[in-house]
Each structure stands twice: as structure tokens, then as C-alpha cells.
Design a protein around this ligand. Structure first.
Ligand SMILES: C[S@@+](CC[C@H](N)C(=O)[O-])C[C@H]1O[C@@H](n2cnc3c(N)ncnc32)[C@H](O)[C@@H]1O
Length: 209
């Protein structure tokens, strides 16, 4: 990440969260977590990126910088009026507004209306709602696409987080890995079932030879 405007905006938000009179907590990801997303997105060329839980827009900047490089866009959903206003200011300051669509309202209702398909989804809303977000979004993930859920280590033992881990473990068409970066992120990759079946079939044919 070399864009000075974006780096300065990230720094400003890091300072803002220390203000004692802030209306609501910002609960941002760590800089390293953001950079991990950013390099993965650049590596994969992801264009259709969705985030649940914008807050100040801190995490969105890492996604949007990669979206700009890849010729894509980030859709991000937030329901707090205070944070919607703050996030819009963040996007303007960073010069990334044109690469971001901010969906205002409750993600539980809004994400059903979004079309997809999605290359990359970042779940960082209400912890009890993760399984509901996943139920709505999983059918709209492209094969090879990634769903990343935050706070897996920081909120270990919370019912919503445990329910989420249990749910992704049960998916037949998914590969999971927990990455101990920041608050702990669970990466779930959607497998291409048709390609997997074909490969298995070819393997069986080889065995017959
Ligand atoms: C942990 S913060 C997100 C932090 C942000 N991703 C970052 O790293 O800068 C969670 C945010 O999700 C929002 N949120 C929680 N549940 C939501 C829902 N159902 N719909 C929309 N926003 C929601 C909260 O208002 C809060 O701003």
C-alpha cells in the first residue's frame, strides 16, 4: 500500500478511535489484517467484494484499494447513522468513493437483495448474525471465492461464533482455515464441486488402467 492519501486516512482513524468522547466504538480490524486482505485480493484479482459491518470504513479502505487496482468495486453494509456519515467522510478523504457502494441499513435484510456473485466477502457485523449472513451469501459465492469471518479468536466461546464455526465445518463444498491474525479470521473457500467431481472421476479412470 503506497497511496499516501489512504495511509494518512488510516492513521487518522487509528487516532480517532482513542478519543474518549466518541459517540460509538469503531472496533476496527488491525492494520496487518487489512494488509492480508489487500494482498490476497490483489493476488486473486477479485472484483466483486462485499463487506458486512463498515463502521468508520477502516477495513473498507484495504478492500477498495485492491478493488481499484483490479478494476472492481466494494459493496459494504452499515446500519449505524453515525458510522455511515463517518465512513462516507473516510472514503472521500482517501479518494476511493467511486470504488465503494455503501448500503445503508440492516445487513440481514439488505444482503438478500444484493445480486452477487461474490469473489470475496468479509463478515464483521454482529457476531450472533454471522450464520444468517452466510446462509444468504453462500449460494452467491463464485467457486474459488472466499468468505472471511472476523473475531474468531477474540470472541472464542461466544454462541454466535461457535455456531458459525460449526456451520462452515458442515459445508460439503468448502475448505476452511483459521488464520491467527488480528482478532482471528476464519477463511472459507467455496469449492468448485463440478471440477472436483471431474478430477475424482479422472483419478478413478487412471486406477482402472
Ligand atoms: C466490528 S465493527 C466493523 C469494523 C470495520 N469492519 C473495520 O474493521 O473498520 C461492526 C459494525 O457492524 C455494524 N453492524 C452490526 N450488525 C449489523 C447489521 N445487521 N447490519 C449492518 N451493520 C451492522 C455495526 O454498526 C458496526 O459498525
Amino acid at each position: 500500500m503506497r497511496d499516501e492519501r489512504i495511509l494518512q486516512t488510516l492513521k487518522d482513524l487509528e487516532e480517532l478511535e482513542n478519543q474518549p468522547d466518541l459517540e460509538e466504538g469503531l472496533w476496527r480490524i488491525s492494520f496487518e489484517t487489512g494488509m492480508l486482505f489487500n494482498v490476497l485480493l490483489r493476488h486473486s484479482g477479485a472484483k466483486r467484494i462485499l463487506e458486512v459491518g463498515t463502521s468508520s470504513g477502516y477495513s473498507t479502505l484495504f478492500l477498495a484499494e485492491a478493488a481499484r487496482a483490479n478494476g472492481g468495486k466494494v459493496t459494504t453494509c452499515e446500519m449505524s447513522e453515525f458510522k455511515i456519515k463517518l465512513a462516507r467522510e473516510t472514503f472521500e478523504k482517501a479518494g476511493l468513493t467511486e470504488y465503494i457502494e455503501l448500503v445503508e441499513g440492516n445487513a440481514l435484510e439488505k444482503i438478500d437483495e444484493l445480486e452477487g456473485p461474490w469473489d470475496f466477502v468479509f463478515l464483521d457485523g454482529m457476531k450472533d448474525e454471522y450464520t444468517f449472513y452466510l446462509a444468504s451469501l453462500w449460494p452467491k459465492m463464485r467457486p474459488g471465492g472466499l468468505v472471511v469471518a472476523d473475531n474468531m479468536l477474540s470472541h472464542d466461546g461466544y454462541i454466535g461464533i461457535e455456531a458459525y464455526k460449526f456451520t462452515v465445518d458442515l459445508l460439503d463444498d468448502a475448505a476452511n482455515v483459521l488464520v491467527p491474525v488480528g482478532s482471528g479470521d476464519l477463511f472459507t473457500c467455496k469449492l468448485d464441486e463440478e471440477a472436483e467431481d471431474k478430477e475424482e472421476g479422472e483419478g478413478d479412470e487412471d486406477k482402472d488402467k
